[in-house]
Write a protein that binds this ligand. Structure first.
Ligand SMILES: *Cc1c(COP(=O)(O)O)cnc(C)c1O
Length: 361
């Protein structure tokens, strides 16, 4: 049997409650961009049904949610890029971020009979998207007067370093953003997962958690368990071979790992073609029947190889867990030099997704 990604809907609901308890005065916009961080956007929206709103990166993602019957507010983090997207976003009642003058121009030319709700993006230090604090108020005034803009124009900013709770950059960003928000007196949205959990002064009226909802830690070297989060995705497969090899046998492409003694080597049916990171080095932990064993040799497209010396009784067909329940995705990400976000988003179509409703604990 090939790899499966088990998606625990009760863990999504649990992690959403965790976000609420961390930011009790804020409403929660659950971020479900990039196919719900690779979990399946509709599946994620189902597990996160108690959220106050959803956020996606692109208009097309918002339309997909609307087409599936989701009627909560949907915020488009990147806003509309073209007149067509603005028109489509307006038809689907999406709330659009305005981060650039070109988007103000689109709104100026937009049909005032189909007004849209807008959030103004302030660049408080990320220096990716948004208006600098010095020009934000002028743009806000301009937007607020446009007949194609509906209701209050709220303010958004995004934190660049919130994952490091000893980094003063977050405080500096707040010091640039807060005066603008106070002068305009409108609702705000500031916090990603790291700010939601780690920076109580950086919440605003609407928090925007993403990764924490999927059960990975937003912090540098963080632990999801310590953050009170439960893993949502468990990626698993089966052993397709157990081979007893002589001392000195080199394993896989390039022969990067050699058996130091006669030993059992397991072959599991998963590889980078499924989204398991090719850069995971020898020694990366994998669970076989719930027990840790080290990966050895290179990750192939369809297979990985495992040192089974500590589990000599394993057999073909036994369960192999790559991350999730019992093995934090953060740990695998660290071993492979990446972040859990990328692991989740990288799981490919070849993997079969199944919803499970794990026990509350
Ligand atoms: C992706 C994203 C988030 C969520 O970030 P996490 O680190 O996953 O919590 C929030 N806001 C914006 C603008 C984003 O792009």
């Amino acid at each position: 049997m090939g790899p499966r990604a088990l998606i625990d809907l009760s863990a999504l609901a649990h992690n959403l409650r965790r976000a609420r308890s961390a930011a009790p005065a804020s409403r929660v916009i659950a971020v479900v961009k990039s196919n719900g961080y690779g979990h399946g956007v509709l599946r994620a929206a189902k597990g996160l049904a108690e959220a106050d709103a959803f956020a996606v990166a692109r208009v097309s993602e918002g339309i997909e949610l609307r087409s599936a019957g989701i009627d909560k507010p949907i915020m488009v983090l990147g806003g509309a890029r073209t007149a067509q997207e603005l028109s489509d976003g307006s038809d689907s009642n999406l709330e659009l971020m305005v981060h650039h003058h070109s988007q103000v121009t689109l709104l100026e030319n937009h049909d005032s009979a189909r007004p849209v709700t807008c959030w103004l993006k302030v660049d408080s230090g990320m220096h990716r998207l948004g208006f600098l604090p010095g020009e934000a108020e002028t743009v806000w005034q301009r937007l607020s007067e446009l007949p194609s803009v509906q209701g209050e124009v709220r303010l958004v900013t995004h934190m660049a370093n919130a994952d490091d709770i000893s980094d003063n950059a977050t405080i500096a960003q707040l010091e640039r953003f807060n005066p603008v928000a106070e002068r305009l007196g409108v609702q705000t949205s500031i916090a990603n997962s790291a700010s939601t959990l780690g920076w109580p002064n950086a919440h605003g009226d609407w928090v925007r958690p993403g990764i924490m909802l999927y059960g990975a830690s937003p912090f540098l070297n963080g632990s999801a368990e310590q953050d009170g989060l439960r893993p949502v995705m468990t990626l698993e497969t089966r052993l397709m071979a157990v081979n007893h090899l002589p001392e000195g046998s080199s394993i896989g492409y390039g022969g990067t790992w050699c058996c130091p003694e006669a030993m059992p080597v397991g072959v599991a049916a998963i590889g980078y073609g499924d989204g398991y990171p090719r850069h995971a080095p020898s020694g990366t932990p994998v669970l076989v029947n719930g027990k840790r064993v080290p990966l050895v040799g290179r990750v192939s497209m369809d297979m990985i190889t495992l040192d089974l010396r500590s589990q000599p009784d394993t057999e073909v067909g036994d369960t192999v867990t790559l991350w999730g329940e019992g093995l934090p995705a953060d740990e695998i990400a660290r071993a492979a030099g990446t972040i859990a976000y990328e692991l989740f988003c990288g799981v490919t179509r070849r993997v079969r997704f199944e919803e499970v409703d794990g026990q509350e604990h």
